[in-house]
Design a protein around this ligand. Structure first.
Ligand code: MN
Length: 257
């Protein structure tokens, strides 16, 4: 008897209409049955927000393609816990392809990665994919299919308590190698632009381009800058072993006031 086809949930943070998610869906269709549940509107840099203060509206775009007017984490949560979206628990969750890289500190801001993380938190292996926004996303389909197929092969149901979460970034150019990397330190410009609206009230634009810096060897940003694809395993472990001692020191009743 043949194995059932894998069931793959696909989401993103650029919205259900983005070309990146269409390329990702095409890659997933090479591997199994695919259901898309993605935000109706762009949700980039919404990180792992969930919407608990208003109702979530649902649009059916075609069979097995849905959108929710919420965040990527909302989409994955609903797909997993509201029966109408999926016939069973998915074997894999894919998020992206994000229009823009998610390197370094972007892992904390990215809605794309949060969509994948929401699945990993529920014990389902997940991969976030990102590429530069001027990329021909369809050219990435075979690379994505290969990576996702391998993860389905190497991750098993016994991993349910510690599901794999991978952050994949593609370089600007066609690439020959995929490097396993650590999260780098790449940060965005500390830029604030104050302006005035037509009513004379001041407002701000924040955020900017990635700062030029020397990335250390072995990081995601370093690999991508050299033209390699990057695969970074991300942890759900939030406790800092590095600062355990400091936490212990501030917990002690020491110096008298
Ligand atoms: Mn995005």
């Amino acid at each position: 008897m043949s194995e059932p086809r894998p069931l793959i949930l696909v989401t993103n943070d650029d919205g259900v209409q983005a070309s990146g998610i269409q390329a990702l869906r095409n890659a997933a269709l090479e591997l199994g049955d695919v259901v898309v549940v993605a935000p109706t509107q762009e949700q980039s840099a919404r990180s792992h927000a969930i919407t608990i203060d208003r109702p979530l509206r649902h649009i059916v775009h075609q069979t097995d393609v849905h959108s929710i007017d919420g965040t990527p984490a909302d989409c994955v949560y609903l797909a997993l816990f509201e029966r109408r979206f999926l016939p069973r628990r998915p074997d894999l969750v894919l998020s992206g392809i994000n229009h823009g890289p998610n390197l370094g500190t972007s892992v904390f801001y990215s809605g794309t990665i949060a969509g994948a993380r929401e699945a990993a938190m529920r014990g389902i292996p997940a991969i976030a994919f990102s590429a530069f926004s001027d990329t021909d996303f369809s050219a990435l389909t075979p690379h994505i299919a290969r990576i996702a197929r391998r993860l389905l092969q190497v991750s098993s149901p016994r991993d349910a308590d510690s599901a794999v979460l991978l952050n994949v970034n593609f370089p600007k150019q066609p690439f020959s190698q995929v490097h396993v990397t650590r999260v780098g330190r790449q940060v965005y410009e500390e830029r604030v632009i104050p302006r005035f609206d037509p009513n004379g009230r001041e407002y701000f634009w924040i955020g900017g381009r990635v700062t030029e810096g020397v990335e250390r060897e072995g990081t995601d940003a370093h690999a991508v800058s050299l033209g390699y694809a990057s695969v970074t395993p991300l942890s759900l472990e939030a406790t800092s072993a590095e600062h355990w001692t400091i936490a212990a020191q501030v917990s002690l009743e020491g110096d008298k006031p």
